[in-house]
Design a protein around this ligand. Structure first.
Ligand SMILES: Cc1ncc(COP(=O)(O)O)c(C=O)c1O
Length: 390
């Protein structure tokens, strides 16, 4: 906890930094000295934004689409998202339930602001996406970490709820596929979790930002669980390859939309306008065909990297079905993954993220590998790590 200055609030001073940013900074510095760094730390696709989306964005700018949209987002885009759920997931979602946000980040901020009162408890998987814990805390909520491991596929399950439930919990947050583990809650597991959460009078927030990046099992959405008590966050960042456009969405129960709309008006007015026009092309068949090629490439990379890491001494007990991460146990190699990560960078120019970014549950025994780079680069990374480990 770094309380830097008397003018900074205690709340802000307590926010933990992202270690991966420090890794990235170190990697960039090496690169500026001419070293070829293998990046396995970066949590965004290496592919550019698909051309149809890019061109639509350029047209939007040329046509002067640079004014605010309504806080909920463009009606056409909300309609396109509802249509996508209809076609891909055979679900009828009223487009009035869709809100466009500045990334999943904006969606998470909006939802947590809309759902939490000070003192409310929020169940979160550990390891998990670290911003959630910080956001809950900033809003005066109480993050309640649930240590998860291979037994439950690194996910909070209905069975786990029994063991960890305590009074005051208002919300359960999960991500499927998850960051940092890439593991998925199957449709029936998700439904069981939803029912267990509802039985206890709480709500379920499902972060589906890696939806579409799925290599096994049936692609599904938590929206199939029911109309009430489930909030879905999604984004154009990962599957659609639009990280820098800052665009995501929420699907919420109908009776919550007005409040979320008001909050959006106050928090950020609206998501970026040119990005919204560009995203109208995200669901076109020609774009989806490009994205399917990329999905297959991510699958090939996973199928290369997982056995390669296992061969050199890491252990990945649950084969992840999605996203682009492997969360590898390194306890056979070291008891300090943070030190290993910095040594790999310094000695071998391989950048990976230590488990310490993702929580308090055995973080020093884990590294996250992102396969957001070519198989050739992944191979070079593995060769370098093997050489380092001797
Ligand atoms: C699980 C999860 N949720 C949300 C985000 C935020 O993404 P964005 O704001 O780019 O949509 C990320 C980014 O890495 C993530 O991994």
């Amino acid at each position: 906890v770094n309380q830097q200055s008397p003018v900074i609030s205690k709340r802000a001073g307590a926010v933990a930094p992202f270690r991966v940013m420090r890794v990235l900074e170190g990697a960039r510095e090496l690169e500026s000295q001419g070293t070829r760094v293998i990046h396995m730390e970066i949590g965004e696709p290496d592919f550019p934004t698909p051309d149809p989306i890019l061109k639509a964005g350029q047209r939007a700018l040329a046509e002067g689409r640079t004014h605010y949209t309504p806080a909920r987002g463009l009606a056409d885009l909300r309609g396109a998202i509802a249509d996508y759920y209809r076609k891909r997931y055979r679900l009828d979602i009223d487009s009035d339930r869709v809100l466009i946000t500045p990334g999943a980040s904006g969606a998470l901020q909006l939802l947590l602001a809309g759902l939490l009162d000070p003192g409310d408890g929020v169940l979160l998987a550990d390891p998990g996406y670290p911003c959630n814990r910080n956001l809950v805390q900033m809003l005066g909520g109480i993050p309640v970490s649930v240590p998860v491991g291979p037994e439950t596929g690194y996910q909070i399950t209905a069975a786990l709820l029994d063991a960890v439930w305590r009074p005051g919990i208002r919300l359960v947050m999960v991500a499927s596929p998850s960051n940092p583990t890439g593991t998925v809650l199957g449709a029936s597991e998700l439904r069981a979790l939803y029912l267990a959460v509802r039985e206890r009078g709480a709500s379920l927030l499902v972060d589906e930002i890696y939806q579409g990046l799925l290599f096994e099992g049936e692609d599904h959405t938590a929206l199939a669980c029911g109309q009430d008590g489930v909030f879905v966050v999604n984004s154009f960042s990962k599957f659609f390859g639009m990280t820098g456009w800052r665009l995501g969405w929420i699907v919420a129960p109908s009776d919550c939309i007005d409040v979320l709309d008001r909050l959006a008006q106050n928090l950020y007015l609206a998501a970026p306008t040119p990005s919204q026009y560009a995203a109208l092309w995200a669901f076109r068949p020609e774009t989806l065909a490009i994205l399917e090629q990329r999905r297959k490439e991510f699958e090939r990379r996973r199928d290369f990297l997982l056995p390669a890491l296992t061969r050199i001494g890491f252990s990945i007990p649950t084969k992840p079905a999605g996203a682009f991460y492997l969360y590898a146990q390194c306890s056979e190699i070291t008891d300090d993954s943070e030190r290993l990560a910095s040594q790999l960078l310094e000695t071998s120019a391989v950048a990976v993220t230590p488990g310490t970014d993702f929580g308090d549950h055995q973080p020093l025994g884990h590294l996250r590998f992102a396969y957001t780079t070519s198989i050739e680069n992944l191979n070079e990374g593995v060769v370098r790590i093997e050489r380092y480990l001797g």
